[in-house]
Design a protein. Structure first.
Length: 112
């Protein structure tokens, strides 16, 4: 897909729409820019995981995992589900998966 070319003849409405989309994209990129959050998303690509499972997979303390999950939830990237005392998380939509595929292609695929 070709990227659009921004020109000087954009209307104020078009420019406002572009700025709104840039703001949304920036928030998304900030949310995934932490290695802990990025690793959580990588693990959730394969399916729903409990906080305890994520702690084990990341070799991280519960407080650290919960803090990162809170930020991902705030940004709308993950969705929690409670089952008794356990809380499970899954990707909220396909955006993180698509971005992780791009990140994998750019930074990881050459290692395979």
């Amino acid at each position: 897909m070709a990227l659009p070319v921004l020109s000087d003849d954009l209307s104020d409405d078009e420019l406002d729409r572009i700025v709104d989309k840039a703001t949304t994209a920036s928030a998304f990129l900030k949310a995934i820019s932490h290695e802990g959050r990025l690793m959580i998303l990588c693990h959730l690509v394969s399916g729903e995981k409990s906080v305890t499972e994520l702690e084990d997979l990341l070799s991280a303390r519960q407080a650290a995992v919960s803090q990162q999950l809170s930020r991902l939830r705030l940004e709308g990237l993950v969705v929690p589900r409670r089952e008794g005392k356990a809380i499970f998380y899954r990707l909220a939509d396909d955006r993180p998966r698509k971005m992780l595929e791009c990140v994998y292609e750019l930074f990881c695929a050459e290692d395979d």
